[in-house]
Design a protein. Sequence first.
Length: 143
Amino acid sequence: MKIRLLLTTIFAACTFTATMQAKPLSPEKALQRLEQSHAKAGIALAGNTSPAYTASLQGNATWYAINAPQGGFAIVSANDCAQPLLGYVPQGSFSYNALPTAMQWWLDCYSHEIAEAAGNEAKGAAIRRTDSRQAIAPMETTL
């Protein structure tokens, strides 16, 4: 009897640890997570951290667009099931309605992917402490 109780307890503890689900992030937590993972990338969003735009599906935030005080903006995941930084622009400010239709579609796809992962209790994405990819300069500019 004691062995069965012990095995059941161990199984429950292992199952709980293995199925820790992803969790939603406030704009402040999402920004903090971004700063932890991309400190060396030179993406400075210090200062006003209120999102310029919050994308949501079924009442749950999926990503935030946060304007940088010196110009530019970052698209940041609102759930830890996705990587912290989804995209960034080094100049300008975010306005969803001013985006090209293709970029709106792309960001809507991010919303659906994040909502799907969160709904399926995906594990939180691990934050990389070192860059495994080499940074590239922007390849195109707008007039």
